[in-house]
Design a protein. Structure first.
Length: 286
């Protein structure tokens, strides 16, 4: 029953694998609930900040606050890519990387120089393998990103925009719609785009002074945009991982069912053969 023993070993291997994927599915489900709560908690503030800042632009303010400048020509653009530090999440990382590649190809096709900034081991490993230069590489942003993480990632890029070293900043991350829908999303982070429907800055009564508020709110807006993207990315990663591990667990079950049938058929054939040999031997003795 050499063949049967091989099948038995394969059954044991698949059972162990299914146990691992099932455990990872449960862990991802637990993390997804907390991550989803954070997404819904951060969105209202991010939307309010966007509504306020979108109505602030004026040429006078742009001269005073470089973060509000709008270059006539984009010569160099920064691409900030957020990926996960771990795999086993289906096409989550691959989709984000593809989005970044397409954006960089499009910008370069327009004659715009690009510089790449990445937060996440999977994105760094891919572009390192491709030989793509990366200006900044961060691997210390975990499943529970903080505002300080966002500031440390985007702060140097924001400074480069204000100093005129880059003329545009793009952010690539996953948009969390549901656990089953986490498409990659490209956002133009800088320059700050105006919203014609947003209330004008003239409708606000500012206290303390407007200068003091703007000096704080403009950098905070960019920082919060990246923080919100990090939170949504973390939730999207857990949703993608749960979906991938559930699929792997289900597939392992199907493989086990097939292997069990194969083993039973082999065992039945062996028993039938042994019975036939016994009957044949008994007949020969008569």
């Amino acid at each position: 029953m050499a063949g049967g023993r091989d099948v038995k070993r394969r059954i044991k291997t698949v059972e162990n694998t299914r146990q691992i994927t099932r455990t990872m599915e449960l862990v991802a489900t637990s993390k997804l609930k907390r991550a989803t709560d954070r997404v819904y908690a951060t969105r209202p503030y991010a939307e309010a900040m966007h509504d306020i800042v979108s109505g602030l632009y004026s040429p006078g303010l742009a001269d005073k606050y470089p973060i509000l400048r709008r270059p006539d020509t984009v010569k160099r653009a920064a691409v900030l890519l957020l990926t996960a530090n771990r795999g086993l999440a289906g096409g989550f990382n691959a989709n984000l990387i593809k989005q970044a590649r397409n954006l960089m190809d499009e910008l370069r096709g327009q004659g715009i120089e690009t510089e790449l900034h990445i937060a996440g081991k999977k994105g760094i490993a891919y572009f390192r393998f491709r030989g793509e230069p990366m200006l900044t590489k961060r691997t210390d942003v975990g499943d529970h990103p903080t505002v300080d993480d966002a500031e440390s990632v985007v702060g140097p890029i924001r400074d480069r925009f204000e100093s005129g070293e880059v003329d545009a900043v793009y952010l690539i991350s996953s948009k969390f719609k549901s656990a089953m829908s986490t498409p990659p999303h490209t956002r133009s982070l800088l320059p700050i785009e105006g919203d014609p429907d947003a209330p004008s800055a003239d409708v606000y009564i500012l206290s303390p002074s407007g200068d003091m508020i703007l000096e704080r709110i403009l950098p905070a807006y960019i920082r919060n945009a990246v923080f919100t993207a990090m939170v949504e990315n973390a939730a999207a990663e857990q949703g993608a991982r749960r979906t991938a591990m559930k699929s792997a667990t289900d597939n392992a079950g199907d493989v086990l069912e097939h292997l069990t049938r194969t083993y039973n058929r082999a065992r039945q054939a062996q028993i039938t053969q042994e019975i036939a040999e016994i009957v044949g031997g008994s007949a020969a003795l008569e």
